[in-house]
Design a protein around this ligand. Structure first.
Ligand code: 13P
Ligand code: SF4
Length: 305
C-alpha cells in the first residue's frame, strides 16, 4: 500500500480520535492497517471498551450496529453503507414474533449475525465462539428458538444434545463449500488439518478436525504443531491466519467462498468515511435498549469469553 495513503489514514485517525476495527474477512490492506482485527465477539468487546470518540467499523452492518448498541455515546461509522449480511436479513422481527407466539414459553437465542430488531426480540445473543456455552447455560426445561443460522444451530444441537427450534437461515458464502472440496484438498494434502466455521453445511463439518469461529481459528493454529491447514470459511481468513503462523500453509477449502459484502470496504472508502464522517450507524433508542439486554446477557454468561 502507498505510504501516502497510510499517512493520510494516520492523520485522519488523530483528527477524529478514531479507532479502526476490522473483521478477519476484510480485504488484506484493511486488515493490515486496522488498529484491531478479530471475530464478531472480539470486535464487539473492543467496541464496548474503546476510549476513542469514533469507531470506524470495517465489517458488515450488523457488526457496526452491535458497536452502536454497546457504545451509544460514540460515533460509529461504516465506510460502505450497503455492506450487509444476507443471513441477517433472512428473518424479520415480524416473523420472529410469530414464531414466539407459537412457542410462548420458549427462550430465544439469536446469533449476532442478525439485525438490531431481532436482537431486541431475543433473550440472549451469541456468536459462533460461544453459542454452545450460551445454550448450555439455559434451563433444561425450556424450549429454545435459535435464529437465524440453521447450520450454527445444528452444531449447537449436536454439542449440547438439546433440541432447538431452528430458523432456516444460512450464509450464502459458507454453504458453497462442499464436502467434495474438502476431500479433494485432503487428497492433495493428506497431512493437513481441516479447520471449519460452524456456518458450513453438516457434511463439511463432519469431514473436519475442528469447528471454530474465526478468532478461535487464530488461537488454534497458533497452538498447533501442524504445518498445513485446509480452511473452510471465507477466503479472507487465510491472510489473518498467515500472520500468526507465517511458517504454515493455509489452503482455502473453496475459492468460491467469498463474502462480497465484506469486500466492499476499500482504502479509498475508508479515507472518505473519516474525511466526511460517513456513514453514521445509529439504532433507534428503544430498539437499542432492548437489544443491549440480549448482548449483555451473553457477556454476563461468559465474562471471560
Ligand atoms: P466470526 O464471529 O467467527 O468471525 O464469524 C462472523 C461471520 O460473519 C462468519 O460468517
Ligand atoms: Fe454474513 Fe456470511 Fe458474510 Fe458472514 S460471511 S457476513 S454470515 S454473508
Amino acid at each position: 500500500m502507498e505510504q501516502r495513503l497510510i499517512d493520510k489514514i494516520q492523520q485522519l485517525k488523530k483528527q477524529r480520535n478514531a479507532v479502526i476495527l476490522a473483521h478477519n474477512y476484510q480485504l488484506q490492506d484493511i486488515q493490515d492497517l486496522a488498529d484491531i482485527t478479530g471475530d464478531s465477539l472480539g470486535l464487539s468487546k473492543q467496541a464496548a471498551q474503546t476510549e476513542a470518540d469514533t469507531i470506524v467499523f470495517c465489517g458488515v452492518m450488523f457488526m457496526a450496529e452491535t458497536a452502536a448498541i454497546l457504545s451509544p455515546d460514540k460515533t460509529v461509522l461504516i465506510p460502505e453503507k450497503t455492506a450487509g449480511c444476507p443471513m441477517a436479513d433472512m428473518i424479520t422481527a415480524e416473523q420472529l414474533r410469530e414464531l414466539k407466539k407459537q412457542h410462548p414459553d420458549s427462550l430465544v437465542v439469536c446469533y449476532v449475525n442478525s439485525t438490531a430488531d431481532i436482537k431486541a426480540e431475543s433473550d440472549y445473543c451469541c456468536t459462533s465462539s460461544n453459542a454452545v456455552e450460551v445454550v448450555r447455560s439455559l434451563p433444561k426445561d425450556k424450549e429454545i428458538i435459535f435464529v437465524p443460522d440453521q447450520h450454527l444451530g445444528r452444531h449447537v444441537q449436536q454439542q449440547t444434545g438439546r433440541e432447538l427450534i431452528l430458523w432456516p437461515g444460512y450464509c450464502p458464502s459458507h454453504v458453497v463449500i462442499t464436502v467434495e472440496d474438502i476431500r479433494a484438498e485432503k487428497k492433495r494434502y493428506p497431512d493437513a488439518l481441516v479447520i471449519t466455521h460452524p456456518e458450513c453445511s453438516e457434511p463439511v463439518k463432519e469431514a473436519s478436525d475442528a469447528l471454530l469461529s474465526t478468532g478461535q481459528m487464530l488461537t488454534y493454529v497458533r497452538n498447533s504443531t501442524a504445518r498445513r491447514f485446509i480452511v473452510a470459511t471465507e477466503v479472507g481468513m487465510t491472510h489473518a491466519l498467515k500472520k500468526v503462523r507465517p511458517d504454515a500453509e493455509f489452503i482455502p477449502a473453496g475459492s468460491r467462498a467469498v463474502c462480497p459484502n465484506m469486500k466492499k470496504i476499500t482504502i479509498d472508502k475508508l479515507i472518505a468515511s473519516m474525511e466526511d464522517m460517513k456513514y453514521k450507524v445509529t439504532v433507534d433508542k428503544a430498539v437499542a435498549d432492548k437489544a443491549r439486554r440480549s448482548l449483555k446477557r451473553m457477556i454476563e454468561i461468559l465474562p471471560t469469553a
